[in-house]
Design a protein around this ligand. Structure first.
Ligand SMILES: [Zn+2]
Length: 325
């Protein structure tokens, strides 16, 4: 009986059906679409130099220009780990499908602490490598508060409710700050385009100004609610229209053409996607939250799912910028 169970378990090992050699081949194709280049000096005067002793699928190279050695993974996030490449790639694939660390550990037959470390490295990597996003056209700005303590359980993104908003407008202090374990997340989204989100220390004009300036092109039409942190947008060089939630107004047809363009519904829609995305991950701390946000920002902007998203993520980790220069 025991023997049969063991056999079933080994058959169900997902890594056994993924070919490690194919993983390396895929890495080479994504990393060097125009042929192998030296990660140290960019030269293409490369000769093959045998295989790695522990992973035979891993090709080693010698650069004739700078006389240095490297291999398929040198200078990438996949370098220097004892686990096979296929485990890392599957971990990233499952992260793209938004499995929790616990679920990934079960799928890969790997200890959850190891998954934590791998996932952390990938999330931090995405934060470092993701391209800077610039927004223009019609952009909406808004904020939400996430319950995230230092050991807390951010079960849900808490959108400021009617009551909360009224309190805040009366000038309730200390609401939605890091100290309160409800850090604010500031979001900017281009209608029909990309999004930028960031956890903030607090919600003040001087905190959001540099973010807005670095992200939104001057002269852009920016839609917000009537919260006073947005009062100086015109002074900062933007067109600005506000929707007045406290009057029960969610979209206004300002120029009478039948389009209700004064709204922040795109941002609201994004918050609900973020809320769903964070749900499987219990107990994200404030320290870890920015990395989760950065990862989801990338996923959202990639506009891809499943294996196509995996390819975008791998491309991010394998492009030149991740190499040693
Ligand atoms: Zn070289």
């Amino acid at each position: 009986m025991m023997k049969i169970q063991n056999k079933i378990q080994s058959l169900l090992n997902i890594t056994a059906i993924i070919d490690n050699a194919k993983c390396f081949q895929w890495v080479r194709e994504l990393r060097w679409p125009d042929g192998v280049h030296c990660p140290h000096c960019s030269s293409d005067m490369i000769v093959k130099n045998g295989r790695d002793v522990t992973q035979s699928e891993r090709q080693q190279y010698y650069c004739k220009k700078c006389s240095r050695y490297f291999d398929d993974l040198t200078g990438t996030i996949f370098e220097g780990h004892h686990r096979p490449l296929q485990i890392w790639i599957l971990c990233l694939y499952f992260m793209g499908l938004n499995l929790s660390n616990q679920q990934i550990a079960q799928e890969l037959d790997v200890h959850v602490d190891d998954v934590h470390r791998m996932a952390r490295q990938f999330r931090d990597g995405v934060i470092t490598l993701k391209p800077e996003v610039g927004l223009k056209g019609n952009v909406e700005c808004d904020e939400v508060y996430v319950v995230a303590g230092h050991k807390g359980h951010p079960d849900a993104v808490k959108k400021k409710g009617r009551k909360g908003r009224r309190n805040r407008l009366k000038g309730a202090h200390g609401r939605g700050t890091l100290a309160k374990e409800k850090p604010p997340i500031f979001g900017m989204i281009q209608r029909g385009g990309e999004v930028v989100i960031q956890m903030l220390e607090n919600v003040k004009q001087q905190t959001i100004f540099p973010l807005i300036q670095a992200t939104i092109a001057p002269g852009t039409m920016v839609y917000t609610d009537e919260y006073d942190i947005y009062n100086r947008l015109q002074e900062w060089g933007y067109e600005h229209k506000t929707v007045c939630h406290s009057k029960g107004e969610y979209a206004r047809d300002e120029d009478g053409d039948g389009f209700h363009e004064v709204h922040v519904n795109t941002m609201e829609g994004f918050w609900s996607l973020l809320r769903s995305w964070l749900r499987p991950h219990r107990g994200i701390s404030q320290e870890a939250l920015p990395a989760y946000l950065g990862f989801f920002e990338f996923v959202h902007n990639a506009k891809k799912r499943g294996k196509r998203l995996l390819e975008s993520l791998l491309r991010l980790f394998l492009t030149d910028q991740s190499g040693i220069h």
